[in-house]
Design a protein around this ligand. Structure first.
Ligand code: KIV
Ligand code: ZN
Length: 426
């Protein structure tokens, strides 16, 4: 069984001179912190659990292992490897991943003893101290229609679940499912009770992706204030309204210090908060979002690519950070500006996220400057007249096609050269 401190994060270099030590003493974690919260945000990856639950995303244990190694390379703080009670496969995957990686592994469990015992069994031989993540819904809509339980019953079960989980591991996370639609006063009551029972992380999910940023930030701020430094407040946002990243960032600004997210934003329905987007927003806009993570951003694209090769689909072409077109420029004005100075149209250098290079897609919106530059890259030197001729023919072709490949450009230049000087070209 695992042992040691549930969370022990230090931020000696923080500009707020912050130090946070959560000791696993007694039933609650003790925290010593200055009045400011740390600027380090814990990245909890749930690609292998929430992500894997989505249609087309199921993974075998060897596939989860490959991804787990990549997530470790990426530098996530916690990886949720599965829901052990859900199936034999999930149990095996959690067991295999937790045995192999040196990153903290979390296993999901409903707030029942059977689930928690199964999760503990799957984590029993973990290489490093692991986490049990237990949850129960707290919104009235879930209590009335799904659980058919009173608020008091749910509160009691949440507390009992955390107490039981703490018998197996030092690090217990509690999630108030549908937290964003829960009566805030009751949410605070539950959050306080589970921390008293020994949870070191309290997660507030926007399970159905219903919240909007200012509203979600208000909920999170209230929970953070009520806990007063006892435990880390986490968020888990779904993307049903396309707001999961915005909601997660608003929550961090309100005091949350763990974000649950997935590679490529995969997950139930419209998916979860995208890891690459939320991490890069904090990196690129550190002026407005002064928070740090342990993510090695150059591994973002390779991790996204690996995930796409394992599941049934890749990210949409225009997906931020990792989509095929995220660093492609086609409009002539953009290409011209980009060629003069990259930052005119690019806020991230592709290599920062592990993308080999920016692409100038030569299509119908491209200008002469971009065509000339691509020809030069391909080793084709053109006279002014040659470029005029090639550009004219290129424009006709580009109008019909989605974009021209390098081979097609080479063929075009050869044709024009052959026409201009038949003997030389032959
Ligand atoms: O969306 C959700 O509420 C969840 C919980 C189990 C954390 O996935
Ligand atoms: Zn979820």
């Amino acid at each position: 069984m695992t042992c040691g401190a549930s969370i022990n994060l230090r931020y000696p270099g923080s500009r707020y001179n912050f130090q946070l030590d959560m000791k696993p003493s007694g039933t609650s974690s003790s925290v010593s912190a200055s009045s400011k919260l740390p600027d380090r945000v814990v990245i909890f990856d749930t690609t292998l659990r929430d992500g894997e639950q989505a249609p087309g995303c199921s993974m075998t244990t060897p596939e989860k292992l490959r991804l787990a190694r990549k997530l470790e390379e990426l530098g996530v703080d916690v990886m949720e490897a599965g829901f052990p009670i859900a199936s034999e496969g999930d149990f095996e995957a959690v067991r295999a991943v937790s045995r192999e990686v040196s990153t903290k592994v979390a296993a999901l469990a409903r707030a029942t003893s059977k689930d928690i015992e199964r999760a503990a069994e799957a984590l029993a031989n973990a290489k490093v101290p692991s986490r049990i993540h237990t949850f129960i819904a707290t919104s009235d809509i879930h209590l009335r229609y799904k659980l058919k339980k009173s608020r008091q019953q749910v509160l009691d079960e949440a507390v009992a679940a955390v107490r039981l989980a703490r018998k197996y591991v030092e690090d217990v996370e509690f999630s108030a499912e549908d937290g964003a639609r829960t009566d805030p006063a009751y949410l605070i009551e539950v959050a306080t009770a589970v921390v008293d029972a020994g949870a070191s992380t309290v997660n507030i999910p926007d399970t159905v992706g219903y919240s909007v940023p200012d509203e979600f930030a208000t909920i999170i701020r209230q929970v953070v204030e009520a806990l007063n430094g006892r435990g880390i407040v986490s968020v888990h946002c779904h993307d049903d309204l396309g707001l999961s990243v915005a909601n997660s960032l608003a929550a961090v600004q309100a005091g949350a210090r763990q974000i649950e997210c997935t590679i490529n934003g995969i997950g139930e329905r419209a998916g979860n908060c995208s890891l690459e987007e939320v991490v890069m927003a904090m990196k690129v806009r550190a002026d407005r979002l002064p928070f740090t993570t342990g993510i090695r951003t150059e591994s973002l694209y390779p991790t996204s690519q690996l995930l796409s090769s394992v599941i049934a689909f890749g990210p949409q072409p225009n997906k931020a950070i990792v989509g095929r077109n995220a660093f492609a420029h086609e409009a002539g004005i953009h290409q011209d500006g980009y060629l003069k100075e990259r930052t005119t149209y690019e806020i991230i250098e592709p290599k920062t996220v592990g993308v080999p290079e920016s692409k100038l897609v030569l299509g119908k919106h491209s200008g002469r400057h971009a065509l000339k530059s691509r020809c030069e890259e391909l080793g084709l030197v053109l006279s002014k007249e040659g470029l005029d001729e090639v550009y004219e023919r290129f424009s006709v072709m580009a109008d019909r096609k989605k974009g021209l490949l390098d081979e097609e450009i080479v063929a075009l230049v050869r044709e024009v050269a052959a026409k201009a000087s038949p003997t030389q070209a032959a």
